[in-house]
Design a protein around this ligand. Structure first.
Ligand code: FES
Length: 156
């Protein structure tokens, strides 16, 4: 009789343990999914490099948008240029150039003209991208290499 009682108790213990185990797994799964949902997941896609002839660069004080590459090239002075990514740092939509800077059409993030976040859910500044000189009077913009903000490339 005490064996039966002990067996039942063991069965109850195993059942209870299994239930807690399943609840723990469900909580871990839910927590993981919630964490993943809350964290910005920006995919910049495959890093790509593209070439621009120096003769095609914008005039001083002007900008040129490369929509396909999601990059804007800014000419700060005769010799200084910069490339800024147009990929929103929230969830990766392409931002639009507006008078005050950049604006994301997806969830309303706003950036100033240097790409600094001034509103909305975007967590980071728009990336400034690496520019290199390449032979043949061209520059290469590397969308896979992010530089500190205000990193200007000096044209030779
Ligand atoms: S993708 Fe959400 S604000 Fe740009």
């Amino acid at each position: 009789m005490s064996d039966k009682k002990e067996g039942k108790s063991r069965r109850e213990l195993i059942t209870l343990g299994s239930a807690f185990g399943l609840m723990g797994l469900a909580a871990a799964g839910t927590g993981g999914a919630l964490f993943k949902y809350m964290m910005p997941v920006v995919s910049y896609g495959t890093p790509q490099k593209f070439l621009v002839p120096v003769s095609d660069l914008p005039d001083v004080g002007d900008e040129l948008v490369f929509s396909d590459m999601k990059v804007v090239i800014r000419r700060q002075s005769e010799k200084k240029i910069a490339a800024i990514s147009l990929v929103c740092t929230h969830l990766g939509c392409t931002v639009n150039r507006v008078e005050t800077g950049f604006q994301c059409p997806c969830h309303g993030s706003q950036y100033d003209t240097d790409g600094i976040v001034v509103g909305g859910p975007a967590p980071k500044t728009l990336p400034w991208l690496e520019i290199k000189a390449v032979p043949g009077g061209q520059v290469e913009i590397d969308t896979g290499t992010v530089l500190p903000q205000n990193s200007f490339f000096e044209i030779a």
